[in-house]
Design a protein around this ligand. Structure first.
Ligand code: HEC
Length: 311
């Protein structure tokens, strides 16, 4: 195995394990996947757009000789593969080392993970690979620099969303279930939102906060660090971070000396962004400010207020 490839893989895996994320995650303005042909792991030449049309796909980038990050990406898809219903979604692993990875090598790689029929491996011509990476806003560099994010392509073959680096299997599976059988039930969509909201809450969602002019890192930004792993609230010295349970948020009561109020999704998100509660009283500066988009904030709200609680 190429020594250099191996070394950078180790670095990549380290990055992923530290849970860093500079790229954000969530939905993007849909971008059509360009026309190009690819070689599937069974050796058949296919039109990429045709392969992607008709169901949602999760796309990851790997290469066969990568022994650290890619096996983790492989087991991630394996978990997703096992957790989905038969007709739900498609998993696509694209090699970033087309010089070396033949269809047969990709087939061997998939076999390690007992890939079902929904999971395909693809090899693109190097120029096409670069074009596709551009769509996902990824630099085309040496194979070892490849991204650890997963990219969601909708059933009209448009790039529609991306995840954090090394996302959880649950969040990828959730994305693939969206829109199945003519639109998701509201209850299901709430569950999906809650699953990614939990990642943000735990600091795995790439949402960073600020205190005054200081930008916090992902560790200091995570809600769980101050509000507790189960949103039960926490105290450090005189600073009390209140409970963020369903009950605490939805009950009308006095908060920090103001008139009684309860949170809605809107006031909750305003609070994160602007630092005021529903009664218009400012939070202390111990509560960071967050630049958080609507959908991401909604998912945190759904996670905290889901009837089963933040468990
Ligand atoms: C560095 C510690 C810290 C972090 C990280 C943090 N908070 Fe807070 N939060 C606080 C403190 C302290 C307060 C109390 C502020 C006050 O009462 O003035 C607070 C208050 C709140 C409130 C007001 C609750 C109420 O009953 O009025 C909400 C909502 C909230 N935080 C949500 C979050 C969310 C969501 C995150 C993660 C995105 C988060 N916080 C991250 C410390 C933190």
């Amino acid at each position: 195995m190429n020594q250099n490839l191996a070394r950078v893989c180790v670095v990549l895996a380290g990055l992923a394990l530290r849970g860093q994320d500079q790229h954000g995650f969530g939905p993007v303005e849909p971008v059509p996947i360009p026309e190009m042909t690819a070689t599937r792991h069974d050796g058949v030449r296919v039109a990429l757009r045709e392969v992607l049309q008709g169901r949602r796909s999760a796309v990851q980038f790997v290469f066969v000789d990568c022994t650290t990050a890619c096996p983790i990406l492989g087991s991630l898809f394996r978990k997703v593969d096992k957790s989905l219903g038969q007709t739900q979604g498609q998993l696509v692993s694209i090699t970033v080392n087309p010089e070396r990875d033949t269809a047969a090598r990709m087939a061997g790689w998939l076999a390690q993970f007992q890939a079902s029929e929904r999971w395909i491996g693809l090899r693109l011509e190097p120029a096409d690979l670069r074009r596709l990476l551009q769509v996902f806003k990824q630099e085309a560099g040496p194979p070892t620099g490849h991204t650890l994010q997963v990219f969601l392509v909708d059933d009209a073959a448009r790039y529609a969303a991306r995840t954090i680096d090394m996302p959880s299997a649950a969040s990828v599976a959730a994305e693939l279930r969206i829109g199945m059988s003519g639109g998701e039930a509201p209850e299901l969509s709430t569950r999906l939102g809650a699953a990614s909201g939990r990642e943000v809450y735990d600091g795995r969602g790439g949402v960073l906060g600020t205190v005054g002019a200081d930008r916090l890192d992902s560790r200091a930004s995570r809600c769980s660090g101050c509000h507790g792993a189960r949103a039960e609230g926490g105290a450090e010295g005189k600073t009390v971070a209140p409970a963020l349970t369903r009950e605490a948020l939805l009950t009308v009561r006095e908060r920090r000396g103001g008139p009684s109020s309860a949170y809605t999704e809107r006031t909750f998100c305003e609070g994160l962004r602007r630092g005021v509660d529903p009664a218009g009283v400012r939070y202390s500066d111990m509560m960071p400010r967050y630049q958080i988009d609507g959908r991401t904030c909604q998912s945190v709200w759904q996670f905290l207020t889901q009837p089963t609680g933040a468990k």
